[in-house]
Ligand binder design. Structure first.
Ligand code: ZN
Length: 212
């Protein structure tokens, strides 16, 4: 198989006319109609009238917004043989991250730095961003998101090492509670050589621009 680009599809085709959108995350997808009813109930519970002119379309908009935020786009994983034997880190910096915290259903957003030390195959660069999106479009905690991206790359690319750092601001921290506006949470997952070898790990953090 070496010498060929290899492509495999990551997500099932869109659910088409099915009412419940499919999920790739191993749980039920979004039921749009049930979500609309629930948003109308929430508005009522918040003391608002969901039948008022201003709010009439809000349940529908909110349901679709959540469906979009929880449904990653399909992508093909294209890998290429590492014919040149490239054995230095490959790093994509500042990949945008938008996700929803599972504790408050509020967004957290920031950037991811994702790198790997190639083995026999290398990856189309834009795919690193797609892998981040694959797991970010879910109800998440930042720690799990970071680890899932790393584990997925280790499994699908079989590189010699993987490093993932995510820096994100959580609206549940900046808008409520401690109201720590601008505070960013940093998480990292180091696998393979990046876990075992301090020098490679240092190089990753230096390239990512993350103080360590
Ligand atoms: Zn939260």
């Amino acid at each position: 198989m070496n010498g060929l680009a290899r492509t495999s599809s990551i997500l099932p085709p869109p659910a088409g006319s099915h009412r419940r959108l499919q999920s790739v995350h191993g749980h039920d997808g979004v039921d749009l109609e049930a979500a609309q009813r629930a948003v109308a109930d929430l508005l009522t519970a918040l003391g608002r009238n969901p039948a008022s002119e201003h709010l009439a379309d809000t349940p529908k908009r909110v349901a679709h917004a959540y469906a979009e935020m929880l449904t990653p786009r399909e992508f093909d994983l294209t890998t290429f043989p590492n014919d040149e034997g490239y054995d230095e880190l490959v790093l994509a910096r500042d990949i945008p991250v938008q996700s929803l915290c599972e504790h408050h259903l509020l967004p957290f957003h920031g950037v991811a730095h994702v790198g790997y030390l190639p083995g026999e195959r290398i990856l189309g660069l834009s795919k690193l961003a797609r892998v981040v999106e694959l797991f970010a479009r879910d109800l998440q905690v930042q720690e799990r998101l970071t680890k899932q991206v790393g584990d997925w790359l280790l499994e699908h690319l079989t590189p010699r090492g993987v490093g993932v750092v995510i820096e994100a601001e959580h609206l549940c921290m900046s808008l409520r509670g401690v109201r720590a506006t601008g505070s960013r949470t940093v998480t990292s997952a180091m696998l393979g050589v990046l876990r075992e070898d301090a020098r490679t790990r240092q190089e990753f953090f230096a390239m990512a621009g993350v103080p360590r």
